[in-house]
Design a protein. Sequence first.
Length: 300
Amino acid sequence: MPVATTTTRTAHFPLRSVAQMIASMFCFAIVDALAKAITAHYPANEITFFRMLFGLAPALILALRARSPRNLLRSRHWRVHIERAVVLMAALGLFFAGLRYVPLSEAVALAYTEKLFVIVLAPLVLNEKWRGRDALAAVIGFAGILLVVRPTGVASGLLGPALLLASAVFGAISIIQIKRVGATDEPGLIVLYSTLIGTLVTGASLFFAWQTPTPVHLGILLLLGVAAGTGQLLMTSAFRHADTGTLAPYSYTSIVWATLFGYVVWGESVSMLSLAGIVLIVGSSIAIAIRRKEPEALNV
């Protein structure tokens, strides 16, 4: 019966999307763990370059799903795409730079605070109205940041969190920029532009900071880029058949994976204060994502 078939498809797609989202977050947790494993050996711009370079193939596949090769890069907003690519590179570079100083789970949690910074920046950049509930969620999230960072006044202990929070600010700007092109350009094009431009610009930066990777580390960098691209494909596919409200809670499972990787590989543990802070950050970010329906699938 047609009605039964429609019902089955409706029930099937969200379940598949949830599975794709969880798998995507696992891929991104692998990216973070691999980056942490080599971040002490290579400059952040080099890691960002390989992350972009080896992510080009998945980005191209994503773009070709919606466009013909002839019109692949056509856009009325190419300047915004360039600006967003530069901002996203800054976010990635700062994240990789700060990753070596902070336990993996806390680093990932601090990176997710970009949703909180969107609340602060969007009214200034896009002239959006302040929303009381979102502002309250942001305040709760920032309280969570204090629990995770626990400022002591020692500069060396604040370097990692400062870099990660700066990364989150640039990530928030990237989300805001998506709003300027998302209505006319499909997700595949946005991802391809940021990956291609990111590869070119970070490639040029290698003249200033470069450390020749060993064969083993080159393999790790290759796996890092492929995992990031695969995670992007899975996430984008997930959002095709389910909305942000359905998938938002599952988009934070990467923190769970990061905690497990940190414990197994580096023997890291999470204090009760940090755990409470992570809960506040995640809870407030989920609330904001559900209400605002931010384009999370593109900001990776």
